[in-house]
Design a protein around this ligand. Sequence first.
Ligand code: PLP
Length: 925
Amino acid sequence: MNKPAANEVTVKSGQGLHEFFAAAEARVDRWRALHRITKSLAAPGRADADKQRSAAVAAFDELAPIETLNGYPGPHIMATVAERLHGSDFVSLARIVQRVSSALLANSYRDDSSAWAPDDDGDMSLADAVLPPTLGHGQSRRPYFEVLIVAAGEPSTWPALREMFRRLRRDDDAFVYEPVVVGSFEDAVLAVLFNYNLQAVVAIDGFGFASQLTLPSLRTIIAPHVPAEAAANAQDLGGSLARVLRMLRPELDMYLVSDGDIAALAGAEDAGRMRRVFYGVEEPLEIHLAILDGIKDRYETPFFDNLQKYAKRPIGTFHALPVARGKSIFKSNWIRDMGEFYGTNLFLAESSATTGGLDSLLEPTGNIKVAQDKAARAYGGDRAFFVTNGTSTSNKIIHQALLTPGDIVLIDRDCHKSHHYGIVLAGAQPLYIDAYPLTQYSMYGSLAIRPIKEALLRLKAEGKLDRAKMLVLTNCTFDGHIANVERTMLECLAIKPDLVFLWDEAWFGYARFSPFLRGRTAMGAAAKLRDMMKDPAYRARYEKNHAEFGKLKPDDPKLVDAALLPDPDKVRIRVYESDSVHKSMSALRQGSIIVVADQDFPAVEAPFKEAFFTHTSTSPNQQIIASLDLARRQMEFEGFELVQRMLQLAIEMRREINAHPLISRYFKAATPAEMIPQEYRTSGFVDYGTPGWSMADTARALREDEFFLDPTRITLLCGNAGMDGSQLKATLAADYDIQINKTSRNSVLVQININNTRSDLAHLIKALADMSRVLDKRLADGGESERASFAERVKSLVHDVPDLPNFSRFHDAFRDNAKSKTSEGHMRAAYYMAYDASACEYIRLNDPRIDERLKKGPELVSSKFVIPYPPGFPIMVPGQVITEETITFMRKLDVKEIHGFNASKGLELLKPEALAAHKGNSTAR
Ligand SMILES: Cc1ncc(COP(=O)(O)O)c(C=O)c1O
């Protein structure tokens, strides 16, 4: 791995370019630094002007190559900066650097023509040559983007090429773009990483491979993304580039311009990755129009566009929904403020009609259908279904669609309650598997591959594998544990080749738009597995693997430890993803989506539709549907930018907290090493910003490790501040106007999203610093007794943490075979038994009868789901035998919100006699 050169400029935090998670953020950081230096250089009477100028030159020299990958500020402005840097007018130097730096920071150059003027002294004649024309404002605004031209010729020919594309702009184009020219494969990869504005790539056959930019840290940045074979494949660099860019940013439109055998090229496998193939640069206008057409395809939001049109029409409504068109509101004597607050459009866009330009969510054939198809493309599936009642409903739909009574579903017990309820509805038997515990933080991690394989192998040994239909996993977990999705599916499919996977990605939808995280999403991994199963190299690997392990008996311990591979001839790739678009993207609350990559979907299409009908309102909210459509558009255009920025911000937030001398005395952002046991981090990855760290280390951890910690989920440990999670959450809300989502006994979860900014980071850091100062003072002023009681409180929060109870077992009354080594049970029977009040009894938590029965029986059997918040997973499910572990945990639990438990009544149990009666009457199931 190349380390950066010693003389490479590092700024503020001492970070080299390669240490930035998001390369483009490094660029903006450099402009800010150059601005600081040139501002001080411009200050009158500076004694160290030479030193400052050298620093400015060094910073500029580092920026200059990166700027060749971007449309703004462009060569004219860069030439002006260089000229002023080497002249003596530092005031005008500082002025132009400030203008560029501010325009980049605020992204204002995308709308504001004045940002493009090369001469801030007002020489607009030159400006005419470089401005993207009529960027416009408000309604007339034309979205701005950049197009990468990968050119074959000498750099001296590039200005003419740029000009050629610029001249094609027409006033009635719906979008406006600036061309950016590079001359090699590697520079194209760098441009795609550094330049958020790129939306299309035109590769002109004949370009070279090696980067023409020499900064060593740029090599470190591209290394993880350029496969070794790409360099060797000089014959087909266009195809290789399409492959690599598709991995990095699949949303980009790719065009190939070639003088070769165009018919053969257009029919080749790689052509599928290109939007169009052109013969020679003889049709520049065609290329220009194709580029705009590609953008239009992504820009169009069929449902939202029609809803806007619908809102403008003078429609009389004679159906339900009086708020539609707003007439019941705007004419009201008493609720007119409702109209004033929400505005007219909300009501004009309300309708219960499914015709007249709108469509039906339940039976989509028009614009909702097209919007869903576009969403499937964006999220990487074969099909997508909009859901307007949250991922809670998406999950229930999937369970009901794919499971039938008696099926076994392997499930992480720590997953969201919608899954447990979905299983009750479907009448399937859950086989609960526990995630690895993080007892020290009173939370669970995630579900490792090993216990899943053990469960599958036991089912196989007992001849029940055919009943194991589905595996349910959460990815990533609330606290940020990201699974190795590909490996999990491979190993499970090796045991059960048609196992269906339901990946609950309620929190993780955004990951699709990060080249680093995509491979760890359900759809990213499903696509990879599909390709893999067709690959002859995989087949050879499989055959070797099969020869070694294929003959072993299911109870052979070697199978659990071996990395098993599925038979490519038998395997069925059946993957479902549920995703709360509202949690990580710009959909309205409850906007959720089901994305499907199931090669056997036609066989389950009918039950899927039934399940969709069961759970979907016949009055779905139009605005939620429209926002799902819009969230897709946003992510297809700026998902890469938003997600890269949020990852970078999260990493900076972690560093600021952990490196702050005052804050770190009381608070800590738990590192990957603290959140993920070592056995699941075989790459040795410990944190994102340790000395010597680079993106390549992160890329390796992402490739190899069983679990990776999402940097945007910051578990902020607060036990050392003597506060439990709920206290810190309340203090942040009451005293600092900061809202936090989840808490544990000694932590809160700080979640960075696409909406967060550096100001938000500063807000939280200041709050933590203020709280730390107050604590410092309290401990200094309070004397020995204060310090002793504080130490006691810290000890109780940090060390005296209750063990987390594992799933015990279902009572024998709910088991087909009490002697079976697999733990599935008839949960639905237990659930419905509790509907009969005479079958239930209550015992208070501190009643000695509980201890008595734990020792001597009869067994205590829960009639309910009992879900304390935090930690938020069911510590009891209907029909589960309650153990001493669970009772101890409940007694130590100091949280107020426990769903399914009423402290004054006590634990709700199924009576022993009711259990005995049920056991003898299995038809009751
Ligand atoms: C893992 C997981 N899945 C599903 C859901 C339910 O999502 P929604 O709130 O969109 O119904 C949640 C909610 O917190 C969740 O954490």
